[in-house]
Ligand binder design. Structure first.
Ligand code: NDP
Length: 698
């Protein structure tokens, strides 16, 4: 909560009115906590003025953890995946209506309007994406069940894996560069998994995160204890963590090591996810010459990655690898493009790059550029000076983009180890693809690399040698450039994280991101017991033979295990010939006895697989109008044994699982369908997907 002003601050520019530096409160145990001491001043990146103060002093960190465990966790676990996803969607809508407030605050972090699209719209977009993925791919249940394994000869003892919500708390410690996105991209998967969150933003941009937190609290969407927010240091928070908790961190290697080696984190095997410094590379393929479209795409991608968020992106390109034969052309083109970047006050028209997050951060970047410059030559930009539009580089943390060149990267070390977290990158030549791969790997693991090539062999060779060193590979060419989301954008559906130096963690990646907050447990039992526990019918489990055909029951009335066994139907040569003629599928295995017999898989002419599916439907449907609304697909279809003329097929149709649909008037029903021949041998098996009306609409 932004509370009563402690101290007045006067902005020097006439356009800015007098404002007070508010104290940013923490949200702990369902109330706002305002510290009375230990304040850290937070300065505007644009003009250095103090705009807020943060302190977490006086917080009972153990109390926060207990509150999350005792109140937030149980409340979230009472809701199923869909209900939690609904909350995330509601929150996304709530924040969307208020995002102008966040944009306005963000300008002081140095973010331009374009940067805000990544941080604010990107953060809210991640909430929408997670809500949607969870409704689509997760059941309206409390646990996730994986595939069933048969563990015994007679099928009376089976195994599966289930994932259940951890009964602890997710502690999220975030970096300063994305105060909104960083908080929301971690929050969505944890809440959908049923785990309460304690989030701690980096102090320097915490006023933006604080505004998001305030909106989350004001929305009243989450149950008590599900969301807590620490503004300031984490005190002794980590001392209270246990084996059911998750610590997810984004930031520097130094802090990451400190946290990973914290005695409680290692002793209690607290799950630790780290996403940290990364010397991401961009490789221009040896097949690309300056007259090809990929050349220009490469120049644009590198410039964008150097300058969006003033290069303060964990995914930014730091190392640019180009064929030695065209390094001069690439350097010239890059310099020309960087020359078009306008550094200045993000609110000033025409500005394309704002300042760094603060003066301390700029000092850090300058120090790292000095280290890099011991081995490389600065070919564009002056790290010590720039002339920002509408601002001063004395009071604001402005810095020119800086391009370095290293002509001997095999012997260099700093270029592969030093991350200048700003608009800084180094260009270097390579002699062969193997050399390029070797140089990229000197980064010791990265979040992402861009490979810009239009040659299949180049792409294949680089992917083979670099994939295990990266969390994501972005292959850029003329065919995908227009719609490419770019090198630097982590996407909710794809994994974000990388091995080695990048932290060894993994976030996002669709439903994978939710699983980080759940425990996988192997479950062994009889098929009937497994069906009852998981809500998913498995072969060998009890079947329910009800009075009516299952298509007569609406979604609510259907129960998992409801089954019918059909009458047999004998397949004749005439059936096969009719089907071949009718559909045009005259493949020899169905029409030519001699050719079919020569095929090692067939005894002679056999029925079409699709004929069997059609006859199966003819056997199991109940044709009259009723609650079954539509068939929307088949999954996992396998034809297991050929069916010859004279064989008789029969069908078992069983309700395998039920899932609430996005629309309230129907539900999704998955059926296990098995086709047998007259010898009780399975000839085909698949999942049939249908929509069944809910009672009110039935
Ligand atoms: P830090 O690692 O110092 O901080 C990251 C987060 O950790 C902040 O929220 C910080 O809080 C918190 N933190 C710091 N020390 C502790 C601790 N002992 N216990 C618990 N939490 C702690 O990184 P910075 O944000 O200062 O950035 C430094 C460098 O990290 C950058 O220059 C860059 O190289 C790299 N970085 C990498 C990012 C990535 O995504 N890979 C993102 C941002 C930075 P507080 O702010 O209150 O200190």
């Amino acid at each position: 909560m932004i509370t009563a002003p402690r101290q007045a601050v006067f902005w020097p520019e006439p356009k800015r009115t007098i404002v007070m530096a508010p104290i940013l409160a923490s949200y702990a145990q369902d109330r706002w906590h305002k510290a009375v001491s230990g304040f850290e001043d937070i300065q505007s990146a644009v003009n250095g003025q103090i705009i807020a103060q943060a302190s977490s002093s006086g917080l009972d960190f153990g109390g926060l953890v207990q509150h999350a465990r005792n109140k937030g966790g149980p409340a979230l676990r009472k809701l199923n995946f869909h209900q939690r996803a609904d909350m995330i969607k509601k929150l996304a809508l709530y924040l969307t209506e208020r995002k102008q407030t966040l944009y306005d605050l963000s300008f002081n972090t140095g973010a331009t309007s374009r940067d805000n699209l990544f941080d604010i719209d990107g953060g809210i977009g991640t909430l929408f994406a997670y809500a949607s993925m969870a409704k689509k791919h997760l059941p309206d249940k409390y646990i996730l069940a994986e595939e069933v394994e048969t563990l015994s000869r007679n099928g009376t003892f089976m195994g599966t894996h289930i994932l259940s919500s951890l009964q602890g708390v997710a502690v999220h410690i975030n970096a300063y560069n994305f105060p909104c996105w960083g908080m929301l991209e971690k929050l969505a998967p944890a809440i959908i998994a049923g785990v309460p969150v304690i989030t701690k933003p980096a102090t320097v941009t915490s006023y933006v995160a604080h505004a998001v937190a305030q909106m989350i609290v004001d929305s009243g969407i989450f149950p008590p204890g599900a969301f807590q927010f620490i503004c300031g240091s984490t005190g002794d928070l980590l001392d209270h963590l246990e084996g059911q908790d998750v610590l997810s961190f984004t930031g520097s290697i130094t802090t990451s090591e400190k946290l990973r080696n914290h005695p409680i984190i290692s002793a209690n095997a607290v799950r630790f996810i780290a996403e940290r410094d990364s010397l991401n590379a961009a490789v221009l393929g040896p097949d690309i010459s300056p007259d090809m479209p990929e050349f220009d795409l490469f120049i644009r991608a590198v410039t964008q990655e150097m300058t969006v968020k003033a290069g303060q992106k964990c995914t930014a390109i730091r190392r640019i690898m180009v064929p030695e034969t065209i390094i001069a052309e690439v350097t010239t083109a890059l310099k020309a493009r960087l020359d078009r970047i306008v550094v200045g006050d993000p609110q000033h028209e025409g500005v394309t790059m704002g300042p760094l997050a603060g003066l301390a951060q700029r000092e850090d970047v300058r120090r790292h550029v000095a280290t890099l410059a011991q081995e490389s030559e600065i070919v564009f930009g002056d790290p010590q000076h720039c002339d920002p539009l509408g601002a001063s580089d004395q009071s604001g943390a402005f810095m020119s983009p800086v391009l370095l060149q290293n002509l001997n990267p095999r012997d260099a070390t700093s270029v592969h180890h030093t991350e200048a977290f700003g608009p800084v990158a180094t260009i270097m030549p390579y002699t062969s693809l193997a050399d390029a791969a070797c140089l990229v790997k000197r980064g010791e693991g990265s979040l992402v690399a861009t490979l810009c090539t239009y040659d299949d062999n180049v792409a294949a060779e680089l992917v083979a040698s670099l994939a295990s060193f990266h969390g994501r590979l972005h292959i850029l060419d003329r065919d995908c450039a227009k719609e490419s989301t770019g090198h630097g954008s982590p996407l909710p559906a794809l994994v974000h994280g990388g091995p080695g130096r990048a932290g060894g963690g993994e976030e996002l990646g669709g439903i994978r991101g939710i699983r980080h907050y759940m425990q996988r447990t192997a479950l062994q039992a009889s098929p009937t017991r497994l069906t009852r526990l998981t809500g998913r019918w498995t072969i060998g489990a009890q079947e329910a033979l009800r009075k009516e055909h299952p298509f007569r029951y609406n979604f609510a009335q259907l129960t998992v295990g409801d089954t019918i066994h059909t009458q047999p139907r004998t397949i004749t040569v005439q059936d096969i010939e009719h089907f071949a003629e009718f559909t045009g599928d005259t493949f020899y295995a169905h029409t030519d006895e001699k050719a079919a017999a020569a095929n090692p898989f067939f005894p002679g002419r056999v029925a079409h697989g699709y004929l069997l599916l059609s006859f199966a439907a003819g056997l199991f449907v109940d044709p009259a109008p009723g609650p079954l609304l539509a068939n929307y697909g088949l999954e996992s279809l396998r034809f297991l044994k050929p069916v010859s003329p004279g064989d008789a097929i029969q069908v078992r149709l069983t309700v395998k699982s039920k899932n609430a649909a996005r629309e309230p008037h129907y539900g999704e029903v998955r059926w296990d369908v098995e086709l047998f021949n007259q010898n009780k041998e399975t000839v085909a098996r698949y999942d049939l997907l249908t929509m069944s009306a809910q009672p009110a609409a039935a």
